[in-house]
Design a protein around this ligand. Sequence first.
Ligand code: SF4
Ligand code: SF4
Length: 125
Amino acid sequence: MAIPTSRTTVAAEIQLDPERCTGCGLCVAVCKDNELTLVQGRVALSGHPVFGCIGCGHCMAICPTGAVRILGRTLSPEDLFDLPERAAATTYAPLHALLQCRRSIREFQARPVESELIDKILAAA
Ligand code: SF4
Ligand code: SF4
């Protein structure tokens, strides 16, 4: 069973590799479907999920050793990426200024847009 959405109706597939698990418990803490547990210090399926894996990916993203993989519900381990350094993240003031300066553009100029710029926009989206 899983919560159906407009994107998919089936539960995601959970793949665990207990050999790579250090037993930190991070994946268990973030899963609000109670899919995961620790058995003798290693990750395991709890056997009593609430609805079925919704494919949120939090467990896979937070696991420091790659011991959890989630597939399905339009999610894949290939979607993971390394987070930027904290120092590269913005702070409140520039983020607030960016939001304040944002405007919807409804008129366009007839000139080409570099493909590199389009790629950057799509990556950000
Ligand atoms: S993808 Fe989400 S719902 Fe599924 S096991 Fe991981 S944290 Fe739980
Ligand atoms: S986050 Fe990874 S290492 Fe930590 S308990 Fe879960 S599977 Fe094991």
